[in-house]
Write a new protein. Sequence first.
Length: 255
Amino acid sequence: MNVNIIDGYRGISHVTAENIGDQNAGTFGPDLLVWDVGEKLRCEQISNNLVKIKDGAFTWQGRRGSIDVGKYDDLDIENGKQGEERIDTVAIRYTKDSITNVEKFDLVVIKGEISTTTGGARPPELVKDPIRNGAILSEVALYNVYIQHLNITSITPQFKVLPQYQELFNVIYPVGSIYMSVNNVDPGQLFGGTWAEWGKGRVPVGVDSGQEPFKTVEKSGGKVDHVLSTAEMPAHAHGINHHNHEIQPHRHLVE
């Protein structure tokens, strides 16, 4: 049998990095997510040749990594040249020793192709092999560094920050959202925050800028009951099928 218990006693050391990686990937997905703690791996430009990545934690392809609180990594950026543009990528690089199976993360700068056309620079290609499938090298972009001539002109993050538990509900249901349920439960008990009843006794209709009655958010109208006037009656006809009236022979008595 190949099925194993993970969260249970087996009498031997049995929880592996792969087990934890599967749980992380199944919970957070395979993409790079930076946790909402510390400096959140903030990139600080020191000069046109040096950037600093501050402390924080992340998860990517099931593996978690961090720069400890108060620590940072310095990364060198190669000089640009007049008349040239390029995009360098600050990447998280995963490696696994094929002999010892030891895994580690490093921060690296991957140089982009040089372009002499304004706006023609593109980020470098990264190695994106799946860690779960046994990759010994894989890379993911943390920041793209835009270099025009001699200067760094912008640094753009390539990741999302994972909201904290309560903030996650604010992402799913920001202020102004509508929660619909057949259960008589205050949504505040489920998601926190202050909720108010909306549309009581009414049917919601989507906004349609092309129709005057529906072009404005939260515009209300209509009635529960309505008697049609003559002007509101649609054009119609009352048809009478062809028929005969038959009168039997009879007499009328006159006194």
